[in-house]
Design a protein around this ligand. Structure first.
Ligand code: SF4
Ligand code: SF4
Ligand code: SF4
Length: 329
């Protein structure tokens, strides 16, 4: 049977055009990579009853269920409605819970496991991922966002359009310090070498400190404690065929409020400058065309950054292009 399928609508609904005619695959969003176990039964049912009995775990922490006949889409949308209702209950604006996912352009907001589990985490990554999801979904613009608990960057925030990296200001109490230098040695060996030991005290160089919080974890006497939490925002990293590159630091020592406002403003920027003659345009290429200066002005509109925040004046993306033979000459 040859089906008259609207592929735009299909993709918007989070189904994929596959290499097999008439067969699709459904992507389940899992913001922050955190899914209530009660939804697993639904995923299992879709895979067994409509798919090929397998589930692919995506790189963005979602589930992709392959082998679905396209004519079953409406039935499946009804079946997955509790998962979509779950998003709605969390505050994501969804009008028709039984109509399937309302958009797929803005990808699942992924996150590392964060401070619910990981001792290195500087904040609750899953909670922030959900706040971002509420702010930006549903949306057709092709945007990738990930949040990570500390500069170890397990989620690979550096490969996203927006990557949010947890920071903490370590507070030093010299009266508790026994001078063991465990923090100094660790920072030098594993981080950025921001600590020195001078006149029987530890001195932190704020320009070298990236707020990872390892000194707090290393100190045997709690001479280092957690101060305010902050975020480093890295922007416009990407993979893809044209010009893969790592995201670069845009702002350090931002607070949560400013992170959310900047992300919201970025969507307004896309709306204003996207090339509407194209089927889709990835945000990184819009920034390349319009320039970092314009991007910076637009996304910082009405953003109240903490006093401590530092904003990049320019960004020098290296990345690379697939120019044949240049590296082999
Ligand atoms: S990025 Fe940091 S907080 Fe997140 S899982 Fe890795 S080590 Fe833990
Ligand atoms: S680890 Fe703690 S006690 Fe040891 S030098 Fe650092 S601050 Fe002082
Ligand atoms: S927070 Fe990290 S970078 Fe800063 S002083 Fe401590 S260990 Fe070094």
């Amino acid at each position: 049977m040859i089906l008259d399928i609207d592929t735009k609508l299909l993709k918007k609904n989070a189904y994929r055009v596959t290499k097999q005619r008439g067969i699709t695959a459904l992507r389940i969003r899992v913001p922050g990579g955190d899914l209530n176990i009660k939804y697993f039964d639904i995923i299992k049912e879709v895979a067994e009853k409509y798919g090929n009995g397998t589930v692919h775990i995506t790189t963005r922490q979602g589930f992709e269920i392959p082998g679905i006949p396209m004519e079953k889409i409406n039935e499946i949308n009804e079946l997955i409605s509790p998962i979509i209702r779950g998003l709605k209950d969390e505050g994501v604006q969804i009008e028709d819970e039984e109509g399937g996912y309302p958009a797929a352009g803005t990808r699942n907001v992924s996150s590392c496991i964060g401070n619910r589990v990981c001792p290195f985490a500087n904040y609750d990554t899953t909670a922030l991922a959900l706040k971002i999801e509420k702010l930006i979904y549903p949306n057709d613009y092709h945007v990738k966002i990930a949040v990570t608990g500390c500069p170890n960057d397990c989620i690979k925030a550096h490969m996203q359009d927006i990557g949010v990296i947890g920071q903490v200001e370590p507070i030093y109490d010299p009266s508790r310090c026994i001078g063991c230098q465990a923090c100094v040695k660790n920072c030098k060996r594993r981080v950025t070498g921001a600590l020195t030991f001078e006149n029987f005290k530890v001195v932190r160089d704020p320009n070298r400190c990236i707020g990872c919080g390892e000194c707090i974890l290393k100190c045997p006497t709690s001479a280092w404690t957690r101060g305010e939490k902050y975020y480093r925002i890295v922007i416009m990293g990407r993979t893809g065929k044209k010009n893969p590159r790592l995201a670069q630091t845009f702002i350090e020592w931002a607070n949560e409020e400013s992170v959310l406002k900047i992300i919201k403003n970025m969507y307004d920027f896309i709306d204003k400058y996207i090339d509407k003659t194209l089927d889709k345009e990835h945000v990184g290429y819009i920034v390349d065309r319009e320039g970092f200066k314009k991007f910076k002005e637009e996304v910082l509109k009405d953003v109240k950054l903490p006093k401590k925040a530092k904003v990049a004046n320019h960004i020098d993306y290296a990345g690379y292009r697939y120019e044949r033979n240049t590296i082999y000459d």
